[in-house]
Structure formats: C-alpha cells, structure tokens
Design a protein around this ligand. Structure first.
Ligand SMILES: [Zn+2]
Ligand SMILES: [Zn+2]
Length: 155
C-alpha cells in the first residue's frame, strides 16, 4: 500500500507530495525544534531526505545556520511547506497535514507514535506513547526510554 501525503500552502500556489514510509512520526521536544517553531513542542512526520516532490508552484529556501534547518517556503505566500533538518531528513508539520486534510481525515501514518528528545522537554506529557530520552537507536540515538515524568526505564 502506498502512503502518500500532499501539502498545499495556504495561498494554494504551492503543492508538494511525498510517497514514502516515514522515518518517524513524533512529537519532538528538542531545543532545536522548539526554537525553530517557537513552540513548546513540535509534531512532525519525518521522511528520508530528497523524497518530497514539488507538484505545483515553487519554494524559496531559507537557512537557519544556528539550528541547521532549511525551511522551504511557498514563493507566493511565504508560508513554510516543509523543512529539512540537520540529518537531511525532510519534515512536514502535522499541523499542516491537519489543515490540508481536516482532523478526521489525517492519514494514520501521520499520527504521532512516540516522543523524541523527551529529556529536553519543557512539559510532561501523560500519554501512553513511547518516550525516547533522545532518539531511537535506528536514528542515531541511545534508544533509552523514560516515563512521563522523565524517570529512565531500565532494560
Ligand atoms: Zn527536534
Ligand atoms: Zn502559498
């Protein structure tokens, strides 16, 4: 089954698409994501780099050297459509998936399954999703998990 998600910017000039299994669908608590998004934590669906295709319109790239993020924004309205992180993976904000699909129609693979960089969090989240202290082993982290209050879970 192919997993495709399309994002259209608010002005409608720019449309991008990806057909690829996400690397992660997560709430990230890291200081980079928080600073970049000016938010308490960030809900992202993360794809391998270079898989997002521009179907319509064009994007303008802007770099935040302090955060090693590249934002790709609609050349018409200037709103970010996707982001490349320092690991060269491309991310959609799940907020944009909701905006484009509606809350009820968000594809299942765009619903968050875990928390990343939970050790850097500003708030505790009392849900039942796995909480990685930093990153899973497969993404270059320690793979260590913790409780909602940050207590490490021993293997
Ligand atoms: Zn992050
Ligand atoms: Zn636009």
């Amino acid at each position: 089954m192919s997993e495709t998600v399309d994002i259209t910017c608010p002005c409608g000039q720019c449309k991008v698409s990806v057909t690829e299994k996400p690397v992660a669908c997560c709430i990230c608590h890291c200081v980079h994501c928080r600073t970049n998004s000016q938010a308490l934590c960030v809900e992202n669906v993360v794809f391998p780099g270079g898989k997002i295709v521009i179907l319509k319109g064009s994007v303008v790239d802007s770099t935040r050297p302090d955060l090693q993020f590249v934002a790709h924004s609609c050349s018409g309205c200037g709103v970010r459509v996707f982001l490349t992180n320092k690991y060269r993976m491309d991310c959609f904000a799940i907020a944009d998936v909701r905006r484009c699909y509606g809350e009820e129609a968000v594809p299942d693979f765009c619903k968050y399954t875990c928390h990343l960089s939970y050790g850097e969090r500003l708030i505790d989240v009392n849900d039942d999703k796995p909480k990685f202290l930093n990153f899973p082993l497969g993404l270059g982290g320690s793979g260590k998990m913790c409780q909602p209050d940050g207590t490490p879970i021993e293997e």
